[in-house]
Design a protein around this ligand. Structure first.
Ligand code: XIL
Length: 530
């Protein structure tokens, strides 16, 4: 048997006190992986710096290959010590992490401005910082109480140091805008692949709540489900159980069994709850509501529905999607005012949205009240229409606290995968009205995307990183909720049986999408600490 190094023994001792005996091997393995990828980042940047000016591509490739081989071997060894297998399943495979990191290093170096010599100087300056920033993740795995200050120490001086000691070849020019940020992004990618911490913990550190929509019967029937909820999820939404049809199938007759089961899951978590949804004219609305014969009849149903449904859980639900999809659906013929042509608009007029918000406020003064819409993540006429609606609501004094961007990426509109800056600008546009914003139903369909499965999954990982990064850059963006967790249970499978839209695959293995989310959260945590 190989002797353990003092570093490993120290790590093991730390892990024992911090995480308890059951976490022990996985924690030690995670610390090893983080340290290894930290060194690899430093090496890759140094190699990049050297051959940027030298131009000897074959030698560069040989050295990169050697670094990646060392990383892969070290990860394999780290995993051998972890009989639980938890560490292996919670981090990316060594060869995948290595090639992802080396690609990111090359992209980062290529994006820096300036002469070749200046860029080479900058890249080599980044090398030690990258190592330090990634290593700070080790602190979180070893000793959670001390970790935040260690992280802050590790990253707070990066900007200062780069500014105080700029590379000589840059001839006194200021450090290009975005250099430190590029470093955090790079370190985020490495941490995202290496750490064994979940989305829940990293989200907390990044300042956003990571949520998921669930069907309680699926959670109950699948032993892996609760484990993932505990590790990765901080907020729950009922995928269907709180909608009008399921809870209020007949006038005045309520069935809260499934909805209560979601609340019980949240209590056990403990998780925040998003209530979804009180008023949705398009779907899952019972026939008696759709065929209401008069304004009074419909208003009676609405009053009872909002008060009874919100009242059921007396303040336990932090946010409500009071009105879902108020705009005309993208595949429907346009309406004169752009609003969905549903029974509420027909009988109560467009003011039904404000009316529902007032009813919700009266039923629970503490809940954050949202309108939730699809296809508004990108600029254009649809977003403009939604923006005008939100402005009208606010200026009429309707109690609106937040806007939900459903974020069914690649679906609405079909085949479009927006860049991070585009989504960020959209979020800011609404946040500037003084509202909270959340991504409420995130999934990334691959149904309209050509290519091999691995390349599509990598692409999807990048898109998840883009989307989550957008939220982390907008202070008013408080949460990202996934519309499910495992591909196996995704609603999109009923339309596209082979789709793989979520961060976990059918067997609950983490996909590039999962690591992409972690990369965005880890980068945000570093940015915040600095
Ligand atoms: C979907 C559910 O995921 C499906 O199980 C159900 O059959 C239909 O509704 N926008 C929304 C969600 O606001 O409520 C929808 O949920 C998905 C699209």
């Amino acid at each position: 048997m190989k002797r353990l190094s003092p570093f490993v023994l120290l790590t093991v001792a730390f892990a024992f006190t911090a995480a308890g005996a059951t976490d022990l091997p996985a924690t030690a393995c995670g610390v090893r992986k983080v340290a290894t990828i930290a060194s690899a980042c430093g090496e890759l940047l140094r190699v990049e710096a050297r051959y940027l000016s030298d131009g000897d591509a074959p030698r560069r490739d040989t050295r990169v290959a050697r670094t990646l081989a060392r990383l892969d071997t070290a990860w394999d060894k780290a995993e051998v010590a972890d009989a639980s297998g938890m560490c292996a399943s919670r981090s990316a495979a060594g060869d995948v992490a290595g090639s992802r990191l080396s690609e990111a290093v090359a992209t980062t170096a290529a994006a820096l401005p300036g002469s070749v010599a200046c860029r080479a100087g900058l890249v080599s300056a980044l090398a030690s910082h990258c190592r330090r920033a990634i290593r700070s993740e080790g602190a979180f795995l070893r000793d959670r109480d001390r970790a935040a200050s260690e992280r802050a120490r590790a990253v707070s001086s990066l900007r200062d140091r780069l500014e105080a000691e700029p590379p000589a070849a840059c001839a006194g020019a200021p450090i290009p805008e975005g250099t430190v940020d590029a470093l955090f992004r790079l370190a985020g990618i490495a941490i995202g692949d290496a750490t064994i911490r979940g989305l829940r913990a990293l989200g907390h550190e990044a300042g956003i709540v990571i949520g998921a929509a669930v069907e309680p019967h699926e959670v109950a029937a699948d032993p892996s489900y609760p484990l993932v909820l505990a590790h990765d999820v901080a907020s729950l939404t009922a995928e269907n159980a709180m909608k009008w049809g399921p809870v209020h199938p007949q006038p005045g007759a309520y069935d809260f069994a499934a909805a209560d089961a979601v609340v019980a899951l949240a209590d056990a978590g403990p998780h925040r709850l998003r209530g979804h949804t009180l008023v949705w004219g398009a779907l899952q609305l019972p026939a008696y509501v759709q065929s209401a014969a008069s304004t009074d009849e419909l208003r009676g149903y609405l009053l009872d529905h909002v008060a009874t449904t919100i009242g059921r859980w007396g303040g336990r639900i932090a946010q409500w999607d009071v009105v879902n999809e108020p705009l005309a659906a993208v595949h429907e013929p346009p309406t004169s005012d752009g609003l969905d042509d549903n029974v509420f608009r027909r009988l109560l007029g467009p003011g039904y949205i404000a009316e529902a918000l007032h009813l919700a406020r009266a039923a629970d003064p503490g809940a954050r009240l949202y309108v939730n819409e699809n296809g508004v993540e990108i600029p254009g006429p649809r977003q403009d229409r939604f923006f005008a609606l939100v402005q009208e609501l606010l200026s009429s004094g309707a109690p609106l606290d937040g806007v939900g961007f459903q974020s069914h990426v690649g679906l609405i509109p079909i085949g479009l995968y927006p860049e991070s800056a585009t989504i960020e600008a959209s979020l800011r546009r609404f946040a500037d009205l003084g509202l909270e914003v959340e991504l409420t139903e995130l999934d990334v369909t691959l149904a309209f995307r050509a290519g091999t499965v691995p390349s599509r999954l990598e692409f999807q990982g990048e898109e998840y990183r883009n989307v989550v990064e957008a939220c982390t850059r907008v202070p008013a963006c408080t949460g990202v909720t996934l519309w499910g967790l495992s591909d196996r249970y995704s609603w999109l499978r009923s339309f596209f049986p082979n789709d793989r839209p979520l961060p976990f695959d059918d067997a609950w293995q983490r996909k590039p999408a999962y690591f992409g989310m972690r990369a965005a959260l880890a980068a945000a945590a570093l940015r915040k600490a600095g």
